[in-house]
Ligand binder design. Structure first.
Ligand code: GTP
Ligand code: MG
Length: 484
């Protein structure tokens, strides 16, 4: 990515027709560069107007600058615009920034960018504004990622989580743990200089206590990562069951549309169908799959192999049963195979005379799973529904959501980690701290303990970006759009 000395510009709003199109300019020369293509109604230059206040003006097509391309020979007004300046360091990038609010048409915003580049700016790369904000200390790396997650949020809960990250809740926890560790390392390393005199700057018990406290916080964050990921990406929920139990009918009933083909012929569904719904602000990604049975039908077998792949990647399974058809050996096998993941047991066709009760199914599940370490049985994980009449469908939706996303987060008192990058680095930090504790127990030298603490410190530093390199930054900012 280009140097910080350049003045950059880009269209900040999506390309296409709209009420407004915003072009952003940032850098040391942002004001003079933008001034040269604008004429303000007040007659003032951008340097003279009050920052953070909108001013009315015109975008002037200056033939000296861009006439070569357009063929227009005389100076002409191409749009009426509103302009705002933000002065360094009190701007998103930490530099002087100008925003030009024009009408939202691709020709207008592109012409403004073209004129700006003729006047000395350069087109920004994806994420370059945010990267400058990071390099100028306006936000740390987790906050920059929070910006991206805010833009990409697919549900209200994922937006809330992204905003918490942007506001620095995760950063603060990480920084607090780094500060604690830095103090411990400082004591430890001070003691290393006086090892001959047998002077200890920190007692073993105090050192261990301190490490335990940090480790506890880190493990809490690692534990939250699954839930965080599901809130960010949506809960992958796969409907599984024997043919004809009503899986596709369930998908349709949950969506409230006629999305999947339904028929009385077993083996109707072949491809995996995906649709999304929102439940209490969380996105549920629903997958309908082919019914599972033994068959020689080539296409059906392909469907089942796709179903199996979907099951492998699922966060939650909806195990669908037909309550109007007796349970048999196959259902028991089925339960054995698929209840290792969090699942909601759905007894469909509750509008028809039942062949067994919910309690009977529950007993089979408990018997089948007694030696497994699956998710504990809970009443709420069993739902009787009728895909035909819609009875029980709302309860089913809430069950899926509450199985994946805990109440703790919704109560607003815990911070969730949602990115694999953070989880991996936290995991590394935790492992180093555990090594440090072992080194103390094995009475290894202070150097060994300090080394592990330094590894943990580096991992935590990488999360917030205190420690970083160009590759990591490029990887993170590449994900952004141009103009952000
Ligand atoms: N009475 C009643 N019939 C239902 C209900 N749900 C589904 N059916 C019927 O059951 C039959 C099978 O439904 P599907 O939704 O195609 O079943 P499926 O599990 O997707 O079947 P495959 O795709 O073949 O695996 C159809 O005739 C549906 O109309 C229900 O709640 N009540
Ligand atoms: Mg089907």
């Amino acid at each position: 990515m280009g140097s910080l000395d350049d003045t950059i510009c880009a269209v900040a709003t999506p390309m296409g027709e709209g009420g407004v199109g915003i072009v952003r300019v940032s850098g040391t020369h942002a004001l003079p560069v933008a001034s040269s293509i604008l004429r303000l109604r007040s007659g003032k230059s951008l340097e003279q107007i009050k920052p953070y206040k909108l001013s009315l003006g015109q975008f002037i097509w200056n033939p000296v600058q861009v006439g070569k391309i357009s063929g227009i020979k005389t100076s002409s007004v191409l749009d009426e615009v509103l302009v705002v300046t933000m002065r360094a360091p009190r701007s998103y990038t930490g530099e002087d920034v100008v925003e030009i609010h024009a009408h939202g048409g691709p020709v207008i915003v592109n012409a403004i960018c073209e004129a700006l580049t003729q006047a000395g700016a350069r087109l920004a790369e994806p994420g370059e504004f945010t990267k400058r904000g990071f390099l100028n200390g306006r936000l740390d790396l987790t906050q920059a990622e929070g910006v991206l997650d805010t833009i990409r949020a697919n549900s209200l809960q994922s937006l809330k989580m992204a905003q918490e990250q942007l506001q620095g809740r995760l950063s603060r926890i990480i920084q607090d743990q780094r500060d604690r560790l830095l103090k411990l390392v400082a004591h430890l390393e001070a003691g290393m200089d006086f090892v001959e005199d047998d002077i200890q700057f920190i007692e073993h018990s105090e050192l261990k206590n301190g490490i335990h406290l940090v480790l506890e916080e880190i493990l809490k964050l690692v534990d939250s990562a699954e839930e965080g990921r599901m809130i960010r990406e949506g809960i992958r929920t796969v409907i599984v069951g024997r043919p004809n139990v009503g899986k596709s009918s369930l998908l349709n009933a949950i969506l409230g549309t006629n999305r999947a083909i339904v028929s009385h012929i077993p083996g109707t569904t072949r491809d995996v169908l995906e649709e999304a719904i929102m439940v209490e602000g969380v996105m549920i990604r629903l997958f309908d799959t082919a019914g599972l049975r033994e068959t020689r039908d080539e296409l059906e077998n392909e469907g089942m192999s796709r179903a199996t792949q979907a099951i492998d990647h699922a966060d939650v399974l909806i195990l669908a049963f037909d309550k109007s058809d007796s349970l048999n050996e196959k259902d028991v096998n089925f339960i054995e195979r698929y209840t290792q993941k969090p699942c909601v047991m759905v007894l469909n066709k509750s509008d028809l005379p039942p062949k067994y009760s919910l309690k009977e199914l529950q007993d089979i599940v408990i018997r089948t799973r007694k030696n497994s370490e699956g998710v504990p049985e809970e009443e709420k994980n069993y739902v009787e529904v009728s895909a035909l009449t819609g009875e029980g469908i709302d309860r089913l939706k809430r069950s899926i959501k509450s199985l994946a996303v805990g109440r703790q987060y919704e109560a607003g008192d815990s911070v969730l980690v949602s990115r694999l990058r953070h989880k991996t680095l936290l995991h590394n930090a935790g492992a180093a701290l555990q090594n440090a504790l072992r080194a103390i127990d094995d009475t290894l030298s202070a150097e060994c303990v300090a080394l592990e603490l330094r590894i943990a410190l580096n991992s935590l530093g990488e999360i917030v970006g205190v420690i970083t390199n160009e590759d990591i930054l490029d990887q993170i900012f590449r994900e952004f759009c141009i103009g952000k």
